[in-house]
Design a protein around this ligand. Structure first.
Ligand code: NAI
Ligand code: MHF
Length: 297
């Protein structure tokens, strides 16, 4: 059984934390301090993004290695099809395996900045389901997570097409689905129902990004193509000169969102913490559902 499957089967609640490779020495030390503060909540794994076009592929491996050695927590490396031929993808998988990485988030990846739409390189892969297949073939024991889209992927014409593409990733050997960030739980619950009806039985973990700053969340939701509820935008707009107030609104919103997801039987939460801990700490402190991750007394 893959490590990711073991984690999901053995823990009542799968808490995971997503980070990205920092771009400066200061940001680097801030990352480790922030991650340290999240360790008491017992994350099941920490995942590290792969950077645009694989620009951070070596950093991703180094960070995953360090997460394991510092905290003794499984690390999941994000991995995309962007900019690499199949032999290059296979080589990277070897490097990652040598570094002890046993779990991957298999993604197609975003088009490089300035490029209109995704274009595979010659001799590369076009879709995440192909990457899942490559990992399953070359590293059969690896855990594999894939992305799911409660509001559908922006490029997909409709939900049915997007769902059949998700099914391809599952059939290629994915162990779990981690969703794109969303703010409307109803869209997640409908998505989960549709997945189950389509015969997707693997765990579906909601992806939550706590709002810490209005400007930042606007930028990131635009990049992701996620809908932002108007009422929430209006509340944040009303305090646009007050960062503390924005943070407070964001945390309150996420607490309610996560509480409801727990009540609805979510098997875990994947936090797009993106190198910051304080909002996640406050949210996790407030979650008191049975089985939910909590700081030990
Ligand atoms: N945490 C992260 O790093 C996350 C990153 N992403 C990004 O979102 C983007 C999409 O990635 P994935 O979801 O992995 O891509 P994907 O390959 O599963 O899907 C991309 C698009 O192609 C369509 N599609 C998928 N397979 C197809 C096939 N075999 N034939 C025809 N159409 C197909 C999908 O419906 C979707 O519109 C990437 O930019 C990824 O990096 C998304 C979520 C989380
Ligand atoms: N389409 C898509 N691509 C992704 O890369 C992606 C998603 N969706 N959905 C969820 C998360 C969000 N991701 C992110 C978001 C921001 C940074 C990042 O580097 N942020 C920096 C500087 C960039 C900025 O703020 O504009 C930061 O300081 O926040 C990294 C990964 C990765 N994930």
């Amino acid at each position: 059984m893959t490590v990711l499957r073991q984690i999901l089967e053995n823990k009542p609640f799968c808490l995971s934390i997503e980070i990205f490779p920092p771009k400066s020495a200061d940001a680097d030390s801030a990352l480790w301090e922030n991650l340290e503060r999240l360790m008491p909540y017992g994350p099941s794994f920490v995942s590290c993004t792969y950077g645009a076009g694989g620009s951070t592929r070596n950093r991703t491996v180094e960070l995953c290695r360090e997460i394991r050695t510092r905290f003794n927590v499984p690390a999941t490396a994000h991995f995309t099809c962007v900019g690499s031929t199949i032999p290059e993808l296979t080589d990277w998988l070897d490097v990652a395996a040598e570094a002890g990485i046993q779990n991957f988030m298999a993604l197609r990846g975003d088009p490089p900045r300035g490029q209109e739409g995704f274009k595979p390189v010659d001799g590369g892969l076009s879709y995440a389901n192909e990457l899942v297949g490559l990992i399953r073939k070359t590293k059969p024991q690896s855990g594999i997570g894939v992305a799911g889209y409660p509001e559908k992927h922006p490029e997909a014409p409709d939900h049915d097409v997007d769902l059949s593409n998700l099914k391809r990733k599952v059939d290629a050997g994915a162990d779990a689905v981690f969703t794109q960030l969303f703010f409307d739980n109803a869209s997640f619950l409908r998505f989960r129902d549709r997945c189950r009806a389509a015969g997707i039985t693997i765990p579906i973990i909601p992806g939550i990004m706590p709002i810490t700053e209005f400007a930042r969340i606007k930028r990131i939701t635009q990049m992701c193509g996620a809908a932002f509820p108007e009422a929430l935008a209006a509340r944040l707009e009303a305090v646009q000169d007050d960062l503390d107030a924005q943070f407070k609104i964001g945390v309150e919103f996420a607490i309610e969102q996560c509480r409801e997801l727990c009540r609805e039987g979510a098997q875990g939460i994947h936090f797009y913490a993106l190198n910051r801990s304080s909002a996640c700490e406050q949210i996790l402190d407030a979650l008191d559902q049975p089985g939910a991750a909590r700081k030990p007394a």
